[in-house]
Design a protein around this ligand. Sequence first.
Ligand code: ADP
Ligand code: ADP
Length: 218
Amino acid sequence: GDAVSLKGVTKLYDRGVAALGPLDFNVRDGDFVSLLGPSGCGKSTALRIIAGLSAPTSGTVRVAGGGRSIGFVFQEPTLMPWASVRDNVALPLKLAHRPRTDIGGHVEAALARVGLAEFAAAYPRQLSGGMRMRVSLARALVTDPDILLMDEPFAALDEITRFRLNNDLLALWRDLRKTVIFVTHSVFESVYLARRVVVMTPRPGRISAEYRIDTAEP
Ligand code: ADP
Ligand code: ADP
């Protein structure tokens, strides 16, 4: 089935900025889709509407599981500087009132997934930009969401770190088969990562092209 379905979605910001649409957009369960387009074409707006962080002006948004099962990764890792890596990753579980005894194991597992098992006790300022992004990814994964929404997550990183993170994200996706919607303005990144590339154009943000990426892999 579809993990995400948008029908006739528009977004009009204050002062009449028509940011989006109408947009029709479906994502199959387990697919890896990239939203590609120049700055200002409405990618973040679309992602925030899917996440329920922003309301559409019109149209309908359906998310499998009613949106409870979404992990969001922002371009800025937005970690709490006063909290350890472990406590940062634990936050979504605490907000969901998961039993204390449950939390430790899930946090360790999420940190191991992103290669940071050894850094649970460290603080964000002690980590590199790439490592902070991994913490942010672990925090998004810790509740085991079905859908992962990523908004230009690697754009601020140097090219080598970014490429490493691309490869690690791909390995993770092959392993977990979560639905991923990945916003980027990098053609390389979109084609390298995704199984389906959706191209957007601005004012208002609309889908102008779509590509299926065929790979030899399953
Ligand atoms: P992208 O993610 O592709 O860069 P955005 O979704 O951030 O695009 O923005 C789409 C358009 O909407 C842009 O013209 C932007 O300036 C405008 N916009 C985004 N957020 C707001 C807001 N909260 N209020 C007013 N205008 C906004
Ligand atoms: P809504 O809750 O109506 O969906 P958002 O949560 O997307 O709106 O945006 C909240 C506020 O953030 C906006 O009213 C605006 O003041 C500010 N904002 C964020 N990004 C932009 C932008 N690109 N241009 C202008 N204002 C912005």
